[in-house]
Design a protein around this ligand. Structure first.
Ligand code: HSE
Length: 436
């Protein structure tokens, strides 16, 4: 044991919103258990908030609240800084200052990690402190530590996840009730799942940040949000959801991180996709999250649980606090960054998958042949075609075999230029095993 065994470890919190308040409540309530688990008591040394005078229903000394976050992280008596304010600044500067003053950092800040994780990892390395961030992806689900540690002896090929609860709730309602996107979003807002400004969720920025973090850990490579191809769910139509149902599929917003076929690159993308109802991710309903991992030796693994909310996210933050506190007691460091592989981020055009394309066309002789010719010209092979008529018009639903995203985009462009195609009503990727 180091000479600090038994001495209290001093924890500073940056932020006291839903997650921060829950972390404080549990730190106080389970003080004795945490002291036993860590080998030293955990003491709250300060809580930085915007309005220190605000009344809060928390069992802590009001004198611990301060508006001076910069002063708090620069104190020499802080062992652990917990950052739950989110956003890029001032979070990044505060974390860097905390590290330079010798504190280990626990953060839930996916946006910062996905934009500039390298700066944080480099600073942790330089100052010999821990940087833990389990709560940044999929809330309560233990996922990052399994990737960083349990799977460190394996080779991950693919990570496929539902990592945004709001969009999963909306898509679940669209699938189960036939609702359109706007109606389902209104319901999610009413129930408190969607924020007043839901664009980070709907436009998939939140999921893209999480995908970058997952890809970095899975493939031992630095990945930033700018490497992630992103499409949100606002254009998912009730007709596409219903068509997926007819094919035995369900529409999900998927975060997909995969090693390229040559093993030297990594592709990271977030977009709505149809997956077979038999896939383990298809049964993940409402606001739940799940991540499916395919690894060389382990095979298929799935992690499932609550991806958001005060208590679930606090569970992950507290797990990290205990882990870094244990390291401090032993004067040791936990698992640091592993980015040795330096795989190249591959463009979306190289991605190969299947596609569901729905076209509104004129119902007359030669239309099917003309449409098929466009696919053939781009070397995109058709798996199935289904036509339903509506007077002089018809809807053609085409599902392709695996093709490159570049070839499919060129196909769609050519289809739009055809007179007989009145509208390319929807284009959606189809993931999961190809069946005959
Ligand atoms: N807004 C996110 C979600 C939770 O809906 O899953 C925080 O990342």
């Amino acid at each position: 044991m180091s000479d600090r065994a038994g001495k209290p470890l001093r924890v500073a919190l940056l932020g006291c919103g839903t997650v921060g308040a829950e972390v404080i409540r549990l730190l106080q309530e389970q003080r004795a258990d945490f002291a036993a688990r860590v080998g030293a008591p955990l003491e709250i040394a300060g809580i930085a908030v915007r309005r220190p005078q605000r009344r809060r229903d928390l069992d802590v000394d009001p004198a611990l609240f301060t508006a001076d976050a910069a002063g708090l992280v620069a104190r020499d008596d802080i062992d652990i800084v917990v950052e739950v304010i989110g956003g890029i600044e001032p979070a990044r500067s505060l974390i860097l200052s905390a590290m330079s003053h010798g504190a280990s950092v626990v953060t839930a800040n996916k946006a910062l990690l996905a934009e500039d994780g390298a700066t944080l990892h480099d600073a942790a390395d330089k100052h010999g402190v821990d940087l833990y961030f389990e709560a940044s992806v999929a809330g309560a689900i233990p996922l990052l530590r399994p990737l960083r540690e349990s799977l460190a002896g394996d080779t991950v090929h693919r990570v496929l996840g539902i990592v945004n609860g709001t969009t999963n709730y909306i898509l679940t309602r669209m699938d189960e009730t036939g609702a359109g996107f706007t109606e389902a979003l209104d319901e999610a807002t009413e129930l408190g799942y969607a924020e007043a400004d839901p664009s980070a969720d709907i436009d998939a920025f939140d999921a893209a940040a999480k995908a970058a973090i997952l890809a970095g850990l899975a493939f031992h490579t630095r990945v930033t949000i700018s490497d992630v191809y992103r499409e949100g769910i606002a254009d998912v139509t009730a007709a596409a959801v219903s068509s997926a149902r007819e094919m035995g599929c369900v529409v999900k917003l998927l975060a997909i991180c995969e090693r390229s076929a040559d093993g030297r690159g990594v592709g990271v993308r977030v977009h709505p996709a149809m997956i077979p109802r038999s896939h383990p991710l298809a049964g993940v309903r409402e606001a739940y999250n799940a991540v499916f991992i395919e690894a060389e030796a382990a095979g298929q693994l799935m992690f499932y649980g609550r991806g958001a909310g005060g208590a679930p996210t606090a569970s992950a933050v507290l797990g990290d606090i205990v882990a870094v506190a244990r390291n401090k007691v032993k004067n040791a460091l936990g698992t640091g960054e592993s980015a040795y592989a330096e795989l190249e981020a591959r463009p979306m055009g190289e991605t190969r998958t299947r596609y569901h394309v729905s076209l509104d066309v004129a119902d007359k002789a030669g239309v099917l042949a003309a449409v098929a010719q466009v696919f053939s010209k781009q070397d995109v092979s058709i798996q199935t075609v289904r036509q339903s008529g509506r007077g002089d018009d018809a809807t053609l639903v085409i599902v392709t075999h695996s093709a490159s995203d570049a070839a499919l985009s060129a196909t769609v462009e050519d289809l739009r230029a055809l007179d007989i195609v009145r509208d390319v009503a929807s284009v959606m990727r189809v993931e999961g095993e190809e069946t005959a």
